[in-house]
Structure formats: C-alpha cells, structure tokens
Design a protein around this ligand. Sequence first.
Ligand SMILES: Cc1ncc(COP(=O)(O)O)c(C=O)c1O
Length: 389
Amino acid sequence: MRRTDPIARLAAAQAERAQAALLRRLRSVEAVDGTGLVIGGRRLTGFASNDYLGLAAHPELIEALASAARQWGVGAGAAHLLGGHREVHAALEADLAQWTGRERALLFSTGYLANLGALQALLQPGDLCVQDKLNHACLLDGARLSGATLRRYRHGDVAAAERQLGSDPAAAALLATDGVFSMDGDVAPLPALAAACRTHGAVLMVDDAHGIGVLGPQGAGSLAEAGIGQDHAPVLMATLGKALGVGGAFVAGPAALIDGLVQFARPHVYTTAPPPALAAATRVAVRLAREEGWRRERLAGHVAHFRDGAARRALTLADSRTPIQPVIVGASDAALTAAQALEAAGFFVPAIRPPTVPAGTARLRVTLTAAHTADEIERLLDALQAVLR
Ligand SMILES: Cc1ncc(COP(=O)(O)O)c(C=O)c1O
C-alpha cells in the first residue's frame, strides 16, 4: 500500500481552493505612509489595518523602540523564565493590569499564543468550553488543544449559551467570547454572558483584541465599557498589535490565574520572550491610548461618517458601531471581484472569504482608523457604490 504524501495532499487542497475562488494570496507591501501603502508599484489607500488609533508609526513609539533596543539589545535572547523577562516587560504588565482594572497581567508573544496558552492551561479533558460560533480561530484552537468538550452556540445567542453551560453541570466550565467580533465588528452581549456564567458557575473569558484601546473609558476595552470587572470576567485577553500599534498580547486577571499561567501556559513557558524594545514601545502606546481620547473621538466620527454615507448610497452594512465595518457581498467570487475593482480604483480592502467567515457571507472587511481623513472615507464610499452597483 502506498502512503499518502502530505505535501501532495496539501497541493490538491490548494487546487480545490483555487477552483472555489477561495485561494489566499500573500502579497508584499513595498512601502507604507500613513493610511497609504504601495503594492505592486501602485499607491493605494488602505482600509484593512487594525491600527485603529493610528499609533503604529507614532514618533514617540519609534523613539521608545529605538532607545530600548540600544539599552536592552534587540532580542530577549531567552524565554521569560530563563532570563528573557526584563524589567520593561514587568513594567508593561503592571501598566496593562492597571489600565484594565485587573490584579495582574502576563505578556505573550502574540494573541494567538495567548489564547492557546490560557485555554490549554485552564481546561482539561472532561471540562466544558462554550464558545460563540464566530469566535476567532485561536479561541477554538485553544479549546481543541486543551482536550475539553467544545460546544459552540449561535452567534450572540445567550439562551443557547446557557443551555450549553447547563448541559454538563458537574464539569468545570469556561465560556469564551470575542469582545468585538473580528470579522463582523459587533460587540458581544457581555452583561448577559457574565450573568449566565454566574448562574452556571462558569468562568468568563473575553478576547478583547479589537476592543482594547477603542471601547470604554480611556480605551480600557469592551468589559470596561460594560462595567464588568475581574470578579465577573476573570480572564481578559487582549492584543497589542491592533489599536496599540505594536505586537504581542496579554492575559489579565486575578493573581492566581497569572501565577498559574506562568507555570502551565506552554506558549509562555516554551518560547523566547518578545523583544524588550517592543514592550518599551507598547508602554508609550498604552499611555497615548489612555490619554489621547481625541483619537477615539475621531474614530467614532469616522464610523458615523462611513455609516451615514453608506446609508445615503443605499449600501448595506453589518450592524456594527466599531471601526470594523464589513460590507457583506455573499459569494466568494463576487467578493474577490469587488476587492479587485476597489484596488483598481486605488483602495486596499481585501475580500474575506470562508473558512474565515461562514459560507455565503464573503465580505469586504472595511476597517477605519484615526489616521484616515474624511476625504478618504468619502472617496471609498463612492468607490464602493460604483463597484457594488
Ligand atoms: C479576536 C482576535 N483574537 C486574537 C487574534 C490574534 O492576535 P495576534 O494577531 O496577536 O496573534 C486576532 C487577530 O489577529 C483576533 O482578531
């Protein structure tokens, strides 16, 4: 009997994707300048970045990064537990805990790893992990890695989540949800989910990758906006590569959680600590995100402008009040064609297709940032109207 060649199988799967207009294409950006980017020698206005507050190229972040690299070197050189954890990492963790109103915080190299680490450390086979169907892939992967029983409820359906929590009352249970859904932009029904967790004795975990910096007082996130503290949402994860403009992630919560993650979260233990200079730049980003409320105000103005302009042009948007403003197209080939037409008109808005989003809901995921201008938004609206007519 001949064995299957895994590489040949991958190639066959890729051919199938191409056939279904689902092939992903890796493209290199040649230059960036504010909201502009150069791809294939052409300058496009980008509406795909998660740099919501426009901090990624802020001179103070760049200076903090450069001066910390001079002080600490570029790489951490070792895992956190083996000498890679520098004072600047600890200082950033303290800043993040204070900002989010949590007792402690722990850094991870990426959001993907933070979710894998937290779920794999907290859950075991026989436990119950209840998740929204539209949660980010890394929350699902974390649950799978833990070996817990994974149940997924219809998007935003708190009653369904309650039924699933009640399905095994004896099992240790954790409910995980995106705070702001990454491909839809809507905010999870956090107060109702927190109440359901209280009723069923389950732990609430919120992935606030797209809420941190954007929602709540001083940008402290979707839980802060909803007034839900550590007692009712003990596991808060958020990323540092979106509104904070840097990269990496953290988990925040009670000391017992953080101490446990230091021991048992394998993606924290068995990996090199993120470069200390990134932590230094992130400290500046956190300060600016907290202090410069005008960035959130400007962003909110852009969201209102985009939604009003879309309504005036009879463009249908998803129900979102955040900077993620998807235009649902439906078929994958139609979304791809629309993205190509937008690119021809000078805009970079990639098509998001299955399996990232459910079949039949391919979309143009428009994201707005504080760095955009009203004129850029107006021109995008005109282009969308022309392309989707
Ligand atoms: C909701 C959500 N969680 C986690 C992640 C992963 O974060 P990172 O890019 O830092 O790995 C992302 C996006 O990247 C996300 O949208």
